[in-house]
Unconditional design. Structure first.
Length: 363
């Protein structure tokens, strides 16, 4: 069977969705029972994949979330003569009439419509929001199967389709975070945050922590975006520019080294679909302070300390205890072992492959 994967968002430059797509491909393409047709944005995006014998790579330099995507991609997919297409995000081309499965990582913008999360005018934001909801809900309704990372997201998605069409495929932790490696050479104690700077990520929370803990620094690993400038303006306003260290998107081994030396990862989001950085930090022996929200409770179970995302003082208490009682770090590491065993990219890919074959009637 010819199975297509839209991998234009694959790779670390595209955050969690990019990681999901690349790891999915890494394990799916180990199966030679099918021909894999992989659509990339440019030839350098996944350099390792072109050497595989059972993979056909098609370069399509069309940006996601654009009108051009809606008009061009249906023709590209149709020409590939696919038996099944997997779109690993909600941006399904509406005019594509082939059989497909879709991954819905979250329905954040259904849950939280935030004007601060856009630079568009109110009118353009309204139009874009309506287009977004139409595309997402259409993608879900038309899909042969809908893949989601957690039961929490499944509960939200079931408003638009039946339970039988939704399959939970939890994510995994990449190899670089599981192996022993170097620790970051920093001259100060620091907490970490890894991810985007969207308003729902609540990263200003870390500034409130630093204001109450003058001995502490923060290392923030995030690619540059339109929200970078606004966040740095808050840093300057709080006079914390000497204690907030912005790192660009880094390779996995560099992020892992930072985790190994950090006091903790602070993950104060108001909403998430999964929470991959928390598992990656745990694999490096880094304690995780996560918002007390349902999805984190589902994924991290008892392996994280839960904090109130509206009250930085709750994180301050946990951090002071961690810095005072060194044995607590070992306790966190012990708790994470059983949790980390639940998450595997290989298992996720195996489950996804079974979904493909069920849809195609291969079994």
């Amino acid at each position: 069977m010819r199975i297509g994967i839209d991998a234009r968002l694959a790779g670390s430059a595209h955050g969690g969705i990019g990681r999901y797509t690349e790891e999915l491909l890494r394990y799916l393409t180990q199966s030679d029972e099918h021909c894999w047709v992989v659509f990339v944005h440019n030839t350098q995006q996944l350099p390792w994949i072109s050497a595989l014998k059972n993979v056909e790579v098609i370069c399509v330099p069309v940006r996601h979330y654009t009108l051009r995507e809606q008009f061009v991609m249906p023709k590209v997919f149709a020409r590939a003569k696919l038996d099944l297409l997997h779109i690993p995000h909600f941006n399904i081309p509406l005019m594509y009439r082939g059989k497909y499965v879709v991954t819905i990582h979250d329905l954040l913008w259904h849950e939280r419509r935030d004007r601060n999360a856009t630079t568009l005018s109110p009118l353009m934001h309204m139009l874009k929001y309506r287009a977004y909801t139409f595309v997402v809900e259409t993608a879900i309704r038309r899909a042969a199967k809908v893949l989601v990372p957690t039961e929490h997201v499944k509960h939200i998605v079931r408003a638009y389709t039946t339970d039988s069409h939704i399959v939970v495929t939890p994510e995994g932790v990449s190899h670089a975070y599981h192996i022993e490696g170097e620790r970051a050479d920093r001259m100060y104690p620091y907490v970490m945050y890894t991810g985007s700077l969207y308003p729902h990520k609540n990263v200003e929370y870390l500034l409130s922590i630093l204001e109450q803990m003058p001995e502490l620094h923060a290392v923030i690993v995030s690619g540059r975006s339109v929200f970078h400038t606004a966040f740095w303006a808050e840093v300057l306003k709080c006079k914390l520019e000497m204690r907030v260290h912005m790192e660009p998107s880094l390779e996995d081994d560099a992020v892992a080294a930072l985790y190994r030396s950090a006091v903790a990862l602070v993950f104060p989001s108001f909403s998430e679909g999964f929470g991959l950085p928390g598992l990656e930090a745990m694999a490096c022996g880094c304690p995780v302070l996560a918002s007390d929200i349902p999805v984190f409770r589902e994924v991290y179970k008892t392996a994280a300390a839960y904090i109130d995302p509206h009250d930085p003082q709750s994180a301050v208490r946990e951090l002071r205890q961690l810095m005072k009682e060194k044995k607590l770090r070992a306790m966190y590491t012990h708790k994470t072992e059983s949790v980390l065993r639940l998450y595997s990219w290989q298992h996720m890919a195996n489950t996804t492959l079974k979904v493909y074959e069920d849809v195609l009637g291969c079994r």
